[in-house]
Design a protein around this ligand. Structure first.
Ligand code: NDP
Length: 312
């Protein structure tokens, strides 16, 4: 393979899992190369303020948080390459990554490619994201809407969890679902139905988020049965219609679960089934999806990679 970029360790993904892994690998003298991906900085760069990352009592901007992590990793020698990995393959113990720009090769690989929330693709969704009322994470942005009326769209466990979380401090939570039955597990559905602050709007499709150009203040809904259109006043719309892990590039080498998340290969969740490939952050975590958890698994993956290299 011509012009292959060779390193002892490579991290794919530059969200907080990848950057934390890079920091640990760099401090261990393993000179990691971080391949940025198409969204450098990951999901945090889409969040306006982060209030639940320990160490920042006044909160911190999502972009600033990942920028600080990146500079911290660079300080110890981590390098960055702006490329998008399209395929992972193996050549003996070597891991081969085919990027859009170049091929790469390494001994130990940390995959931290994250996941992306599924968008609704409706008018107003992009316009009011990042602080304007449309959010993909109640844990991150919910507390900004304390005492307000908000809406959640979706009918799975994630939407149920978001609605129950918001109901703890919002005046009212509308749960908008396109069918007449929740997909969520029985226990979650029962909790949602029993919660007095949650009102279910069945058979409703979100058509748009409406507002004054800076902040949204309503969503437009369509009744899936009658076709009737209605306006629902609310300060925020939390979109929770599923996540897609960014895992397709490695599907031929690593096991994926039924939702496309990487499966760990043993009791240690950061170790994949392939020796020398480690998993960090949301690409292998359907449950928590939090920056602090991603950073934690990034550190674990790097330590596991370092130990594995020592054993070779
Ligand atoms: P799911 O795929 O389970 O649910 C997605 C929901 O969004 C469905 O109700 C679906 O509707 C709806 N939906 C999808 N696309 C659209 C759209 N374009 N417009 C409107 N609604 C839409 O995703 P989740 O993120 O909820 O869960 C993913 C996995 O993670 C599941 O296996 C879940 O059990 C698991 N999970 C577990 C948790 C826990 O155990 N505590 C917490 C969170 C997730 P429809 O039903 O009509 O298809």
């Amino acid at each position: 393979m011509g012009n292959v970029v060779e390193r002892r360790t490579i991290v794919v993904g530059s969200g907080c899992a990848g950057l934390t892994a890079a920091l640990y690998l760099a401090r261990a003298g393993l000179g990691p190369l971080v391949i940025d991906g198409d969204r450098p900085g990951g999901q945090l760069t889409q969040t306006s303020a982060v209030e639940n990352y320990p160490g920042f009592p006044d909160g911190i901007g999502g972009y600033e948080l990942v920028d600080r992590m990146r500079r911290q990793a660079e300080r110890f020698g981590a390098e960055f390459a702006g490329d998008q990995i399209e395929m992972l393959s193996l050549q003996g113990k070597q891991k081969i990554l085919q990027g859009k720009e170049k091929p790469y090769q390494c001994q130990a690989l940390v995959i931290a490619t994250g996941s992306a929330p599924v968008p609704l693709n409706v008018p107003g969704e992009k316009e009011y994201a990042s602080g304007g009322g449309v959010s993909f994470c109640a844990t991150c942005d919910g507390p900004f809407y304390r005492g307000k009326i908000v809406a959640v769209v979706g009918g799975g466990d994630s939407a149920a969890e978001e609605a129950l979380f918001l109901a703890q401090f919002c005046e009212k939570v509308y749960l908008v679902h396109r069918r007449d039955r929740l997909r969520a597990s029985k226990i979650m559905a029962e909790r949602v139905l029993a919660c007095k602050r949650i009102e279910l709007l069945w058979n409703r499709v979100v058509l748009s988020a409406e507002g004054d150009g800076k902040r949204m203040n309503a969503v437009m809904l369509k009744d899936a049965g009658t076709g009737q259109i209605s306006h629902l006043s609310c300060a925020a719309l939390f979109i929770s219609v599923g996540h897609r892990p960014n895992s397709a590039f490695a599907a031929g080498v690593l096991g994926l679960d039924e939702n496309g998340y990487f499966r760990s290969g043993c009791a240690d969740p950061v170790s994949s089934a392939v020796p020398g490939i480690f998993l960090a952050g949301d690409c292998s975590d359907p449950l928590y999806r939090q920056a602090i958890v991603a950073a934690g698994t990034g550190a674990r993956a790097a330590i596991a990679a370092e130990r594995w290299l020592l054993s070779q």
